[in-house]
Design a protein around this ligand. Structure first.
Ligand SMILES: Cc1cc2nc3c(=O)[nH]c(=O)nc-3n(C[C@H](O)[C@H](O)[C@H](O)COP(=O)(O)OP(=O)(O)OC[C@H]3O[C@@H](n4cnc5c(N)ncnc54)[C@H](O)[C@@H]3O)c2cc1C
Length: 370
């Protein structure tokens, strides 16, 4: 079933497609442009158009528009490979987190820069020994007068080298149970003691980084939400991160190109296109349920799992269409190399399947040590 958008949304989508096409014209399009396509000027353009903080309340500097309007704009931008990365984390999860958990002062200080697209954020959650298991985070923040002193290391921090602020999770109570002693901080990336080392991935991207924090002073006023209460806040933030359209259409532009080339008289190609189109429509409906807040709690784990498995299937379909060309270095082969990351970032598929089983479906947990 296809849903029809109202005429104003159709017009908004056409405008967003035009903006995206202008942004990618004459440049190399990178799949996953919301993560690797850094372009500070494009972020400011989104801000000028009122496309950042679209759904946030007007009293907080947002534009008070509907969630469907935001969906339409970003579906169009990401599907066409527009370079969103300088603004995306801020719009997708930092703003909503500050709106929900931030202090008035934090909202006043940070939301305007998010809405204008002038300030870039990164997310410092994962560590070398704490990826899926967030509760193992070892970076420490120790209270000292009116600040915290932060010591530790983050890894895979996307956009850290360009970001102005990092939303950092650190252990504030070493004696509490692992899940209970974590807090969240706004960290100014220009603070003394921060060293960022970009990591080159196998496709040549350098978007994610190691972030080393050596006695970094963070004002106590930058603690977001409840001290030692990060775990439930982070779970909420993951809901923003997992259920969106970015998990479905990040290599859509590549797919659209491959479709023009594919031999559609070949029954195997036709069968694969039918399977992909079906899967695409199902996940799009799942994303829309998230957008309209109609999905059950925790369901974004399922949306992200199916969406990213779809993107991996798209990557291999494009490879099969390209044939021997896929063994050379080009967009298709780069996406094949990049695609395993889809089901790792934002929570691995295995971990998300555990969440679906245990928290959404209520299946019994495997006893420890079994
Ligand atoms: C492109 C990309 C961008 C990223 N950007 C960021 C970022 O900006 N900020 C940030 O903080 N992090 C970022 N990450 C890190 C990402 O969140 C972690 O890689 C992810 O959570 C997995 O953690 P890990 O790599 O430590 O793997 P591990 O947690 O060590 O997992 C290794 C393997 O074990 C499996 N596994 C682990 N636990 C279980 C379990 N309980 N049950 C079953 N299987 C399990 C996993 O599925 C995986 O296959 C990014 C990662 C990628 C690939």
């Amino acid at each position: 079933m296809d849903y029809t958008l109202a005429p104003d949304l159709v017009a908004l989508r056409a405008e967003a497609v035009e903006v995206a096409e202008a942004a990618v014209a004459g440049r190399e399009v990178k799949e996953d442009s919301w993560l690797v396509g850094n372009d500070a000027e494009f972020a400011r353009e989104l801000g000028r158009r009122g496309w950042l903080g679209m759904t946030w309340p007007k009293e907080h500097g947002g534009h008070g528009r509907t969630k469907l309007e935001r969906f339409v704009v970003f579906e169009a931008l990401i599907s066409h490979g527009a370079p969103l990365a300088s603004a995306w984390f801020a719009d997708r999860q930092i703003g909503p987190t500050l709106l929900q958990y931030g202090s008035d002062e934090q909202r006043r200080a940070h939301l305007p820069g998010l809405v204008s697209g002038e300030v870039m954020w990164s997310i410092g959650m994962s560590e070398p020994d704490a990826g899926s298991d967030v509760a193992s985070i070892r970076t420490r923040a120790v209270a000292d007068g009116d600040s915290f002193v932060v010591e530790g290391q983050k890894i895979w921090t996307s956009g850290a080298a360009q970001s102005d602020y990092c939303y950092l999770i650190a252990r504030t109570d070493p004696d509490a149970r692992p899940h209970a002693g974590l807090s969240e901080f706004i960290v100014d990336m220009r603070s003394p003691g921060i060293e960022v080392r970009p990591i080159v991935d196998m496709t040549g991207n350098q978007h994610f980084c190691e972030v080393h924090l050596n006695e970094v002073r963070v004002p106590a006023a930058n603690l977001v939400g409840t001290p030692n209460g990060s775990f439930s806040q982070v779970m909420r933030q993951m809901e923003h991160e997992r259920g969106g359209i970015d998990r479905l259409v990040s290599n859509r532009a590549l797919y659209d190109d491959a479709l023009l080339e594919a031999d559609r008289s070949d029954p195997l190609v036709r069968q694969e296109v039918a399977a992909l189109e079906t899967m695409y429509r199902i996940v799009r409906i799942m994303v829309l349920r998230e957008v309209l807040e109609q999905a059950p709690a925790g369901w974004s784990a399922a949306t992200k799992t199916l969406g990213t498995e779809f993107e991996q299937r798209v990557a291999s379909f494009c490879g099969r269409v390209a044939g021997p060309r896929a063994t050379l270095w080009n967009r298709v082969s780069r996406n094949i190399c990049y695609a395993p990351g889809y089901t790792i970032m934002g929570g691995t598929t295995q971990v998300l399947r555990n969440i679906i089983g245990e928290r959404v479906l209520g299946l019994p947990r495997e006893p420890r040590g079994a």
